[in-house]
Design a protein around this ligand. Structure first.
Ligand SMILES: CC(C)(COP(=O)(O)OP(=O)(O)OC[C@H]1O[C@@H](n2cnc3c(N)ncnc32)[C@H](O)[C@@H]1OP(=O)(O)O)[C@@H](O)C(=O)NCCC(=O)NCCS
Length: 152
């Protein structure tokens, strides 16, 4: 059980294996690959927290690369929600090297916004972190319960 008064703990759910195509000219992890992984992980996290598929990246605070990774290393990506707004979710992110245990970067604020079909900010209605899958967008829950796929 989670203690509601405790500071939410960052969970490191995603691990990425650094492959040759992820390297820069220095032979270490290319920043663009890492940022793509983090942006995707944050989008998935926002979908699970906000129960909405239509979420977009709005803002990322300063990104400072403090250490790196080499080919064959494993990078862990962690996220935690720090604020629920009307249409937005603010998260903190960290990437670390599983082998060296060093932090690669932290992003203090990443903001995702839930938008409607016209691309306008829309309320999501949540104020707290979920640690379950209870907000997974309903279209998928319904078809799963019926044992059907998304055929029309
Ligand atoms: C996301 C988008 C619809 C928001 O439009 P907007 O005019 O900024 O809307 P708002 O001013 O109503 O702000 C919406 C939310 O974002 C937050 N926000 C806006 N600017 C922000 C900023 N610079 N930093 C942090 N949060 C910000 C607001 O606080 C608001 O949150 P709340 O509803 O929880 O209070 C619009 O900016 C957009 O379409 N951007 C492109 C998104 C995209 O394509 N991302 C992928 C980039 S490759």
């Amino acid at each position: 059980m989670n203690d509601a008064s405790a500071e939410p703990v960052m969970s490191f759910r995603t691990r990425k294996w650094v492959r040759p195509e992820d390297l820069n000219a220095n032979g270490t992890l290319f920043g663009g690959s890492l940022l793509r992984w983090i942006d995707e992980e944050a989008a998935v996290y926002a979908i699970i927290q906000l129960g909405q598929q239509r979420v977009v990246t709005k803002y990322m605070s300063e990104i400072v690369f403090v250490s790196s990774a080499r080919e064959g290393d494993i990078v862990e990506i962690g996220l935690v929600a720090t604020a629920f707004g009307r249409s937005s979710l603010t998260m903190r992110a960290e990437a670390r090297n599983l082998f060296t245990q060093k932090s690669i970067l932290t992003i203090e604020e990443m903001v995702f916004v839930h938008v409607d079909e016209q691309g306008r900010p829309a309320p999501h209605g949540f104020t707290e972190i979920t640690y379950d899958r209870d907000r997974v967008p309903a279209r998928h829950r319904a078809s799963e319960a019926e044992g059907t796929s998304d055929r029309s």
